[in-house]
Design a protein around this ligand. Sequence first.
Ligand code: M6R
Length: 610
Amino acid sequence: MCGIVGYVGGQEAREVLIDGLKRLEYRGYDSAGLALGSGKDLLIIKEVGKVEDLERMLQKVPAGYHQGIGHTRWATHGGVSQANAHPHKDGKGQFALVHNGIIENFSELREELERKGVVFLSETDTEAIVHLVATSFSRTGDILETLVYLQKRLRGTFALALMQQGLPDRIYTIRRGSPLVLGSGNGEAFCASDIPAFLPYTRRIQYPEEGDIAEISPGGIRIWDEKGRPVERSVVTVDWDVSMTEKSGFSHYMLKEIHEQGTVLRRSLKGRVVDGKTMISGELGWNVEMVSKWKKVHIVACGSSYYSALVAERLLEKWTDLEIKVDIASEYRYRHVACDPTTLAVFVSQSGETADTLAALRKARAAGAHCLAITNVRGSTLAREVHSVLLLKAGPEIGVAATKSFTGQLAALFLVALQLGSMRGILAPHEEERLVNELIRIPYKVELLLEKDGEIKEIARKYAQNKNMLFIGRGMSFPVAQEGALKLKEVSYIHAEALAAGEMKHGPIALLEPGVPVLAVIPKDSLYEKTLSNIQEIKARNASLIAVCTEGDRFVPEQAGSVIETPWTDEEFTPFLSVIPLQLLSFHIALILGREIDQPRNLAKSVTVE
Ligand code: M6R
């Protein structure tokens, strides 16, 4: 979705802004632009295309601009065009504004402004905001009053950054429903949709609350609530460093992030399991009395986060006596679900900003559920609106395809399931100890598996030209197959479908023909023999088969054209391992096909609109 960055300080603003926009490219975009202020003039440069194109256009601009706002646009209202790119300005060119989000009442606002003689130059909802600012400011002459008024008039979600001609050391922001973070350095200040945009310059962050208005200037940051009352928001120093946002010698972020998974898992478990026991109740603020009141668990998420939730569903069924329901956020938010104070509602989201997941959370919270966020972003909207948070320790994930956040979510959900099982007295201490002891061995096994990168690259060559692929698995391996199919679709654009292996003969088996390979996820688990029969049915129809199985398996390799073996682990842990070859296979197929792996077409890293 759109990315915003703003800067005021002693540096050349365009350099900081271009750097910031490049760091936000992962969000997905089709055009880019920036506004620069020097006190004398307010310059807007924007174009369809890449941030590098914008950078080239800026070479003609002289130095001396120390204030600016930048934007990468992912089209929603109005096509991809120079006129629709941000920043937008008012008729007199007094204000420039960038926006991420959607203004739901923009048609009504546009009509009202047009009746007053305002001429629109674009088809965007954003342009209505900047005209509204200008007309209100011409009445009041007071920017804070204008921004309070603006909040009353706008419906929808927005993160805005605004600058005014002749005011070269101030940028104003508003955040409601869309992500925005503020950063302060020495004699300089920043705003952005996401922390990596200004991570090279500062790690001192403030997270505005819903409706907050902020003024960022070299002297510091001032914040008011939506009614214009001054408020304090704490300054947090984030533990991310800039190297985490770089490729560090890898060709792509996706590949780097796949290879980070051992480290991510180690970090995620550190201090959270001690001497064979799960120790996250303190972090979550849970006590036995509270946990014993829950009768149900709802887990809600989108995309890969949903697939990690499906793995957790199977664990919770085994280790707790709770009734478990897992749903896609865009469905859950409109269903008549029985959610009440006896419900623990868990929201899984890497970004913590996914619009559907946030809407589902608000619904569950209003119904009285205890809400837990599993997210990678401290200070994200999700993290701020729940009762408890369990942070992933994945570090920034830049590739659009979720990889390390998926395994990080598995680890976090494992801990939640173990903690619930032991606090409710269902999971016996010796069983918990066995599980924890295997859990801490998983990072090492993941790293062993990552050494098979070269082998998987060779397999990718055999299958890259197929137009379709089926993924099958049972039990814990079904969500893994689903995640594998999603990875292949999003980075290679090959059509892929995941099926519960037992469902094949209820219809999908009709799809089998040469050129439709089947990838089977078949670890040595309690359903192994069942899946093996399904594989035989597939082989009987001459389909080519790729198998992800456990080391030492004697039967699967006899059936499959290509085999990737994973280290042995207990059934519950197989998703951590089986998913790794699927990530690597998708990456290598996409590479062979020359796809834009880190920023696949039409996709955005975090989906902040419904
Ligand atoms: O930030 P979230 O975890 O809420 O994002 C959810 C999905 O949009 C995300 O997992 C998406 O499916 C990824 N592109 C998958 O690789």
